[in-house]
Design a protein around this ligand. Structure first.
Ligand SMILES: *[C@@H]1O[C@H](CO)[C@@H](O)[C@H](O)[C@H]1NC(C)=O
Ligand SMILES: *[C@@H]1O[C@H](CO)[C@@H](O)[C@H](O)[C@H]1NC(C)=O
Ligand SMILES: *[C@@H]1O[C@H](CO)[C@@H](O)[C@H](O)[C@H]1NC(C)=O
Ligand SMILES: *[C@@H]1O[C@H](CO)[C@@H](O)[C@H](O)[C@H]1NC(C)=O
Ligand SMILES: *[C@@H]1O[C@H](CO)[C@@H](O)[C@H](O)[C@H]1NC(C)=O
Length: 484
């Protein structure tokens, strides 16, 4: 807490104001005395009273002793006013915007107008200017960030951006990620925006069940619906959530049509499609807008996708799976003490989402090695040259997922594997990383490369176990050719 205060308030404040300018000069005019001081300081002992210094600064603010400016903080569109007895020196020290305002004021009162949300945290903000530490709640981050931006308090601004990036997955009763996403979009902070977007995509199931879902804006909804990397139970879950969103938000019919056309109907089993077609009020109302897609989906389910591809040239994404967690698409795999030794594992999935294939099972064998040495590293030294990183000496983690048997049914299908790694963040289980293996699982050289599984507290482990979820996505490439 005190640390950031020390960065903010230069050491001369400890010494007292009268010494300020003398000391300041001796440092700026010539470099030599500074060097000497530094050498002598090595032998010195630090008497550290920064804690009590911060306490005094806080008292100075709360008691208002020696105040030379009164801040009148008015809440926009109300007659609410908060009065703070402040000190020009402190405000000027922290913010050039305050410096400017204080120079141009007429008397000892400075009137400031803020939105209700910013006015509510203004004392907190001013306290930070005095003490250099601040306690932040999820619902205060945006207002504080706005104040830090408005008054050019860069350290606080950066600290809050970092706080938000790290707390995207924190538990909050009303949800905060959607408002953070909107704010990041508004201020052009692409890193924070992408972080929010990734959280929403990777943890969609829990977002869909939260109150936050219906507060998602149209643009965000449509951009989520386009994504193939969404992690959720099933496409049906997404459709039901969309129904809920539409009934709460009542958007115009163009938006509804756009959203309905982004649902991947081929990924919904035909028995669910029947129900949806006949019983969903939304579908009954907008049937004409998606009739072609539903028809295509039923065709897809009725015969081998290879047959379908011979006759139809499909230019949409309804045959591209997302990352579905339901059991026909894959399986969880929990590996205790993953660094101990190699592990293997078997599970079954459907051959494909088409009604023609979904009853055919494929058995998969998974093999996990904590310290696998790539073939290239095992070959002769001269061939490798100096390029080979020493890290591979101990081997790196590898996962291989292969079908237990081969079958003529596999013709025309390629299985894309996605390995989802869960982790615990702020006490909650979240998706830590997603690895996609397009052809063979051999190809991903970066699998768990940053995970540091040796460390018991690795943030890729939950109670010393690796929580994986493997998703198998059958792709019929002949059906996925996009026409330009
Ligand atoms: C002084 O103490 C505070 C905690 O009381 C600590 O954070 C800070 O690093 C210390 N500073 C020095 C220069 O030792
Ligand atoms: C601040 O002012 C009050 C009276 O207004 C006085 O009692 C108190 O001692 C002062 N505090 C300091 C730290 O000077
Ligand atoms: C200062 O006073 C003048 C005249 O009373 C007024 O026109 C001006 O707006 C005031 N400036 C501020 C910053 O309050
Ligand atoms: C395929 O593309 C054509 C032309 O771009 C478009 O008219 C048609 O609606 C598309 N079909 C589907 C199923 O999206
Ligand atoms: C994130 O996703 C994982 C798996 O989908 C789930 O177990 C977890 O509860 C989710 N976390 C949050 C914070 O929603």
């Amino acid at each position: 807490m005190v640390r950031s205060c020390q960065q903010k308030i230069p050491a001369w404040l400890y010494v007292g104001i009268p010494l300020l300018f003398i000391h300041f000069h001796s440092v700026t005019v010539s470099g030599a005395p500074l060097k000497q001081d530094a050498a002598l300081d090595n032998a010195a002992t630090v008497l550290n009273h920064s804690m009590s210094f911060v306490n005094r600064m806080e008292t100075l603010l709360t008691m208002g002793n020696g105040s030379d400016v009164t801040l009148r903080v008015q809440t926009m569109n109300t007659d609410e006013v908060k009065v703070i007895q402040a000190h020009c020196l402190v405000l000027t020290l922290q913010s050039d915007v305050f410096e400017e305002l204080l120079l141009n004021r007429n008397n000892t009162v400075l009137v400031i107008t803020e939105t209700p949300q910013c006015a509510a945290v203004f004392d907190k903000f001013v306290r930070y200017l005095y003490c250099g530490d601040i306690s932040v709640r999820l619902d205060q981050a945006i207002s504080l960030h706005k104040l830090a931006t408005k008054y050019h308090v860069l350290g606080l601004q950066q600290g809050l951006t970092q706080y938000m990036t790290q707390h995207v997955s924190s538990d909050s009763p009303t949800g905060h990620v959607v408002s953070w996403y909107n704010y990041a979009q508004q201020i052009g902070d692409t890193a924070l925006r992408d972080c929010c977007l990734q959280y929403l995509s990777w943890n969609l199931s829990s977002v869909l069940q939260s109150g936050e879902w219906v507060s998602i804006g149209e643009d965000l909804l449509l951009s989520l619906l386009q994504r193939s990397d969404l992690i959720l139970q099933s496409e049906m879950e997404l459709f039901e959530a969309l129904e809920e969103w539409i009934s709460q938000n009542q958007p115009d019919s163009k938006t509804v049509e756009g959203a309905l056309r982004a649902i991947r109907y081929g990924m919904i089993p035909p028995q669910h499609l029947f129900r949806l077609q006949k019983q969903s009020p939304l579908m009954l109302r907008y049937y004409e807008s998606v009739r072609d897609l539903l028809y295509l989906a039923f065709q897809f389910h009725s015969a081998s996708p290879i047959q379908l591809a011979k006759y139809f040239d499909v230019n949409c994404s309804i045959f591209t799976p997302r990352n579905y967690l339901s059991s026909s698409w894959g399986s969880p795999w929990i590996i205790n003490n993953p660094t101990r030794d190699d592990r293997s594992f078997s599970f079954q999935t459907q051959l494909g989402p088409s009604g023609h294939d979904s009853n055919k099972r494929v058995t998969w064998n998974g093999l996990f090695s904590p310290r696998w040495i790539p073939l290239s590293a095992r070959s002769t030294y001269t061939e490798l040259g100096a390029m080979q990183p020493t890290r591979t000496e101990g081997g790196r983690p590898r996962i291989i997922v292969t079908p237990a048997t081969s079958s003529p049914d596999f013709a025309g299908v390629s299985f894309q594997k996605t390995v989802i790694v869960m982790a615990r963040q702020q006490g909650k289980v979240v998706v830590r990383h997603v690895y996609n293996f397009h052809q063979s699982t051999e190809e991903a050289g970066d699998f768990l490369v940053d995970a540091d599984l040796q460390r018991r507290v690795s943030d890729y482990l939950i109670d010393s176990s690796l929580y994986l979820h493997i998703v198998i996505k059958p792709l019929y490439h002949t059906l996925l050719v996009a026409r330009k």
